[in-house]
Design a protein around this ligand. Structure first.
Ligand code: SF4
Ligand code: SF4
Length: 479
């Protein structure tokens, strides 16, 4: 039977170039038949001219249009049952210059034809009609079947199976470590690089910051967060710890200040009846300040991790004290960002641009820690749009890249490549899709090695500085 297109067609046009008989036309476009133009069989959706359709007999072992249709709306037309020899005769008529040998491809020879016939209520009629039809002349356009003249909604019968698409090839899992990869876990490496190397005692600056925490806790919340990141060691300075110490100091200092003010203003003794209540007022003021600064935790019972560690009124005056340390912190993190011109806000264009940069290995951050670096690189998530992708029946999800990481002197190098040959074919035709990328990260000093992991399209690496050698040794000794 001829193939037909149901009204589920979404007009994607994928089927049209697949037809070996040019039997498929866009809705509203006249079709050619026997040297003349004929009116379109549908004005809304793509349509198949039954007189030209051979169900691909003579060319493929399946219906080529059905194999590419994304919504499975190319189906056998139950109103036009036709046997294989009829269809082959039609193919010979349409292609007089072509010879069809005894081994001509046909869906009737494979599982498709059998499956289609089995589920088709018109099959017995088709079988019965076949001998007669073999001798009958081909159907003429004048006798257009009613079912083909307009978009139709029909029950699915004899659904054509799509050609199976082989899954995308993924990289072979590594059995040997990369050159320079350290035999410790990712978390162990991150712990090592996040703390400064011991050098016979604390350095002067961290020690001073640590001792000044009760005062520095008065700094504004953002400044404290940046300072914590700059020092990279919560034992030296932590936003939460410093704020707590500062509030504790205020619990003592504010009542004493209030009392001192009363002594001075009322010109009375420290323990007199008129001055004593001022100590109490001071305690109340200190409590009110603590509640105000930690209001998320105290009033809304939020967990400590979500608290904002606000500073004291005089906190901004302390910022110049820590500015040199903050400058250093700013130099610690480098982010390789694509140009943002024209891409402000969460627009699709911005997403596309970021995805494009990922294909070049250019979306990464490198963050310096006291004893190393934390590196994070985003890998592409989607196969870029391409006609070839559609033809090959590939989905959208990009498979994992085959990665190689190495240290070349002071440079950390990440090389990624797509392994599936079909993806490499797409890369050859699609714009901005290199099949390989190499990202080179120059480091300020040599590293002992690195530890890496790749999860959810993100590569992370911890690069350990030479200053952490003793801790690394201690870790391997303990193991
Ligand atoms: S089944 Fe084959 S011959 Fe018929 S319309 Fe589809 S692609 Fe063309
Ligand atoms: S491939 Fe399917 S949906 Fe696309 S135009 Fe052809 S029949 Fe319509």
């Amino acid at each position: 039977m001829a193939t037909m297109i149901t009204d589920e067609c979404i007009n994607c046009g994928a089927c049209e170039p697949e037809c070996p008989n040019t039997a498929i036309y866009q809705g509203g476009v006249e079709y050619d038949w026997q040297g003349a133009k004929r009116d379109a069989l549908s004005n809304e959706i793509f349509y198949i001219v039954p007189e030209k359709c051979t169900e691909c007999v003579g060319f493929y072992d399946h219906e080529a249009c059905a194999a590419v249709c994304p919504v499975d709306c190319c189906i056998p037309n139950p109103a036009i049952p036709e046997a294989e020899d009829i269809l082959l005769a039609r193919a010979a008529q349409i292609h007089p210059d072509k010879t069809f040998g005894p081994d001509f491809p046909s869906r009737f020879k494979g599982g498709n034809g059998a499956a289609a016939t089995a589920g088709d209520p018109a099959a017995p009629a088709a079988a019965a009609a076949a001998p007669a039809a073999a001798t009958a002349p081909a159907v003429t356009p004048a006798a257009k079947p009613a079912a083909a003249t307009a978009p139709v909604a029909v029950a699915r019968v004899g659904k054509v199976e799509k050609k199976a698409v082989a899954p995308l090839q993924r990289p072979v899992p590594r059995t040997v470590p990369y050159r320079g990869e350290l035999p410790i876990t990712f978390d162990e490496a991150r712990e090592i690089v996040s703390t400064a190397a011991p050098s016979g005692g604390m350095h002067v600056v961290p020690l001073a910051v640590s001792l000044l925490q009760p005062i520095l806790g008065a700094l504004p919340a953002k400044t404290k967060d940046r300072l914590e990141a700059a020092l990279g060691d919560r034992r030296v300075f932590s936003s939460a710890g410093a704020t707590g110490m500062n509030l504790f100091v205020h619990m003592v200092a504010i009542p004493l200040l209030f009392t001192g003010f009363a002594v001075f203003a009322l010109d009375d003794s420290f323990f007199s009846k008129t001055v004593r209540p001022w100590f109490f007022y001071g305690v109340l003021a200190a409590i009110a300040e603590a509640v105000f600064r930690l209001r998320e935790c105290v009033l809304r019972a939020k967990p400590v991790s979500e608290a904002v560690y606000r500073g004291a009124l005089y906190g901004p005056l302390l910022i110049p004290l820590v500015t040199p340390l903050l400058r250093k912190a700013n130099a610690h993190t480098e982010e390789n960002r694509e140009a943002f011109e024209g891409y402000y806000g969460p627009t699709t264009a911005f997403d596309d641009k970021r995805e494009r940069e990922r294909r070049y290995g250019e979306v990464y951050t490198i963050e310096e820690r006291p004893s190393g670096w934390l590196f994070r690189l985003e890998l592409p998530r989607r196969i870029p749009p391409s006609g070839v992708k559609h033809e090959l029946g590939l989905g959208d999800e990009m498979p994992d890249y085959d990665l190689t990481m190495t240290l070349e002197g002071n440079v950390f190098v990440v090389h990624g490549k797509v392994v599936d040959p079909r993806l490499r074919t797409i890369a050859a035709t699609a714009p901005a899709f290199p099949p390989d990328f190499t990202t080179r990260i120059p480091l300020a000093e040599r590293c002992l090695g690195f530890v890496q992991r790749c999860e959810s399209k993100v590569v992370e690496a911890v690069l350990v500085k030479q200053s952490a050698a003793s801790r690394l040794r201690a870790l391997s000794d303990a193991a």
